[in-house]
Design a protein around this ligand. Sequence first.
Ligand code: PAF
Length: 283
Amino acid sequence: MIVCRTKAEMRATVCDWRADRATVGLVPTMGYLHEGHLGLVRMARETADRTVASIFVNPTQFGVNEDLDTYPRDEARDLALLEQKGVDSVFLPGVEEMYRPGEPAYVDVPELSGILQGALRPCHFRGVSTVVTKLFNIVTPDLAIFGEKDYQQLTLIRQMVRDLDMPLEIRGHPTVREPDGLAMSSRNVRLRPDHRQEAVALNEALDRAVVVAKTGPSIADLETAVRSRLEGSPSATIESIDIRDADTLEEVSGTLDRRVVILLAVRYDTVLLIDQRVVAPPN
Ligand code: PAF
């Protein structure tokens, strides 16, 4: 496995592969890998000839009061896992390698970056779309894989690629879950043990919505079902429950008459968890 710490090393590695007409799949990550990331790696390996994983805790997507400094990191373990999973190269740049000082150019998808999580975390999605564009420009992958768990991120990246004619395919990977249903996340390790137990509420609330969706409900009925399960978790602070068009993230109301996505943001103490589920009307 080739570890590239500079853009030049990464470009040279991909250039060698291209000489053999190899296709390249990219799995962008912020490290501290778990089964969820490894699912993305598996998908990339099944789809492309060569797989690159990037590990970069991107400062521009964290707000001033967010958890950049305490974001978990374990480079040695991440590298061992990626090697074991057959990744061909890891791109592991430092902050100075990725960003020059000052006010660098950025990429934004304003329609999607200011809503939902973007309204709670100003500049977050601008940071994501900018760093993902940079990664695409450095690695030049044929396809890139993102988890469906970060649904708004995936929707925004799909739109960015479409609107800016970026020459690659974006694939979403279904959320990978712990045996009790909690969506895997690097943040789960920071949950207190009692909060970790309670956090199954997110998945169970979404399961309830799937059952209710079969009855031909209104959007409000779906929300009530989800909220009542979350309220059964005494330590949970419900930051948001949003039900939106599954493709555009536009607001929806009235009867459930199209595919919608239910997006949850729930906090346990300082740990913000997100989860999502797409539900469809009966038939
Ligand atoms: O989902 C993530 O881990 C990050 O937002 C990403 C896509 C690697 C960009 O920093």
